[in-house]
Design a binder for this molecule. Structure first.
Ligand SMILES: C[S@@+](CC[C@H](N)C(=O)[O-])C[C@H]1O[C@@H](n2cnc3c(N)ncnc32)[C@H](O)[C@@H]1O
Length: 356
């Protein structure tokens, strides 16, 4: 039987030396010896690996630091300018966890809200593919599990690679040299954009911005820069993210007929692993029935490991897959999702299997 301690250690092995690796190893020990980590995680011992309990806990701890509730720990967080060596950090963290057991238990209840703007790169490649093959450049963009909806702003970011670019070069967010493979941009216009999430984050509030920041690993300074740039864009371009589950929201949005000549794009990234199996099946059913009624592209960046494997065994890590399934009534209909490439967890780099 795989324990939480095994999962913490396994995740630590994938981390470079630094605060999170040290904390994950210390938390594994603490869980095993029945310490405060066992108390905080007591309802999560049987959770599947796809729930990534450790990310929920680390974000909860980071929130205590970002909010100023536990300022002494800031010295360990590179994103807050901290330079203290992490060796021995656990002796400073352990009493903090003890002081905030209730808060950290509550933190575990919400799936990681890593709203990663880097995932706009695979979204864009999927859009190029769907617009090119459908010949429909007017796009209605719908995102499932959108968190704060930052990736709905894909056309506000400057995304570029070898000999190609898309988006305004004046954008505060540049995502460059992040695709391994040839790309031919295809013009499109987003005529409508909207998302849903079980727990949407409102980034017009300081609390919402802090919440998203807490899920970015402290040593990933480039991702903190990326998030701040996306948040600056979202300030002047707010997007609507409805509070709803993926399947119920999608059913209601797709029920009325789509406007003529518009390509409906349903997109999601690193969210399906948190859905119950019924949610996965219901969403697939809603998408399947919409295919005969409107031009629709389903673009996904999801883990192939967690998609079908909900067993207790721990599957080997594999990168996320970028897939597109396009249907145009009376025209082409992909019988299966088409694999465009593989993607690192935070959206970049993308390794193309084919040229979009
Ligand atoms: C890791 S975040 C990814 C956010 C965004 N897709 C991205 O890639 O930046 C996972 C998101 O899925 C949401 N989520 C989990 N289960 C859901 C469900 N059944 N329906 C809708 N959203 C869900 C969570 O609340 C969370 O915001």
């Amino acid at each position: 039987m795989i324990t939480l301690a095994d999962r913490f250690r396994r995740h630590a092995r994938m981390m470079p030396d630094g605060l999170y690796r040290t904390l994950l190893l210390a938390m594994a020990e603490d869980w095993q010896s029945g310490g405060v980590v066992a108390e905080i995680c007591r309802d999560w011992a049987a959770a599947p690996g796809s729930a990534v309990v450790q990310l929920r806990l680390l974000a909860g701890i980071q929130r205590l630091v970002l909010s100023g509730a536990e300022p002494r720990l800031a010295v360990y967080y590179p994103n807050l300018g901290g330079t203290a060596a992490p060796d021995g950090a656990w002796q400073d963290f352990e009493p903090v966890l003890r002081r905030h057991v209730g808060e950290l238990r509550a933190a575990l209840a919400i799936a990681p809200q890593t709203n990663e703007p880097g995932r706009s790169v695979p979204l864009l490649l999927g859009l190029f593919d769907a617009v090119r093959r459908s010949g429909l450049p007017s796009v209605r963009l719908l995102e499932l599990g959108a968190s704060a909806g930052l990736n709905l702003l894909v056309d506000e970011f400057f995304i570029a690679g070898d000999g190609w670019s898309y988006g305004p070069a004046t954008s505060p967010l540049w995502l460059v040299d992040a695709v391994d493979g040839p790309v031919t941009p295809v013009p499109f216009a987003v005529v409508q954009r909207r998302g849903c999430d079980l727990a949407p984050v409102d980034v017009s509030t300081a609390e919402g911005r802090l919440w998203l920041t807490s899920f970015v690993w402290p040593h990933h300074l480039h991702r903190h820069v990326r998030l701040r740039a996306a948040l600056a864009i979202a300030e002047s371009r707010p997007v609507v993210v409805d509070q709803a589950s993926a399947s119920s929201w999608l059913a209601s949005v797709l029920e009325p007929p789509a406007a003529d000549g518009v390509l409906t794009v349903v997109w999601h990234s690193i969210t399906r692993q948190y859905w119950p199996v019924e949610e996965i099946a219901a969403t697939a059913w809603v998408l399947g029935t919409a295919r005969s009624r409107m031009p629709i592209a389903h673009i996904a960046m999801e883990s192939p490991v967690f998609q079908n494997d909900r067993s207790e065994g721990e599957p080997e890590y594999r990168p996320a897959e970028l897939t597109v399934q396009l249907s145009v009534p009376g025209g082409l209909a992909d019988p299966e999702p088409v694999l465009l490439g593989t993607v690192a967890d935070h959206g970049v780099p993308v390794r193309l299997a084919t040229s979009p």
